[in-house]
Design a protein around this ligand. Sequence first.
Ligand code: 13P
Ligand code: SF4
Length: 330
Amino acid sequence: MDTLTELNRKGYIEESIDPTLDLFEEIEKLKKEKNAIVLAHYYQEPDIQDIADYIGDSLGLSQEAAKTEADVIVFAGVHFMAETAKILSPEKTVLLPDLKAGCSLADSCPPHLFKKFKEKYPDHLVITYVNCTAELKALSDIVCTSTNAVQIVESLPKDQKIIFGPDKNLGAWVAKKTGRELVLWNGACMVHEIFSREKITKLKERHPKAKFIAHPECEESVLQMADYIGSTTGLLKYSINSDALEFIVATESGIIHQMEKASPGKTFIPAPPNNNCACNDCPYMKRNTLEKLYLCLKNGLPEVTVPADIIDRARKPIERMLEISAKLGL
Ligand code: 13P
Ligand code: SF4
């Protein structure tokens, strides 16, 4: 089977790897050889976080992608994040270890339907959460992440009408924080929507001193119980600065690796989802493995590309977000 057919079928190239190889060493060698950097989201598996040159949330990753001098960016995250890096640095090669690392939230907002939705509100400005396709960003006025969504909305005049998409939970939280009325697209993340309020209540009873911290992509009923709500970076900082010794964490469980590294004396309990699993992994984020990362760096594939006209239109709303964030020191 040729390489492209294989990539389309599986999302990555399958190749046997010598089991005696030290992949950490091999990846370091390849990074130097190819002038490549590895950018990893907090939801990646611990080995990938440990080999990364930069680990961060969606905002930090896009800021890094915009300023890197590397020729190759290996994006250990999901497809929309790699697309954002490509839009910000179109002259660079952007690799994603597994092309099928998608996102349920991005999938919940097909651009052709969003275009029709937007047409119903011609006097509204469109803010889109970065967790969406490049095509959707091209239909937007400003992009935001969970770190800066509140400040981006607040940066606009009070009488400015706003459509917010695709995440209805983040949108509702931002509307509540800012006191603004937002027209919301009905999208959601499968990982953050599945937390069980009942199981969390029981867990809080068993750990009465634990702080319950949650990502704003969670449903309102879960957010109501939280001692702190914030992006992955916000949650990490809160866990470092808090005097509490126990935390129940309602976001993808990958973040716990950095929380434990930063605060070895503290205990982090993943909030339970409404199924039989103890913690909550994003199946898309976890498609990337150290082996696939090594193979993609070695082969220069799979590469993420974005059509030039989409780059042209999607770049402005992302840059607007970066400018506002820089002004606010975010
Ligand atoms: P942040 O990186 O903004 O915390 O968002 C989390 C997320 O769901 C990324 O897919
Ligand atoms: Fe998408 Fe949710 Fe996974 Fe983030 S955690 S990549 S929003 S499915």
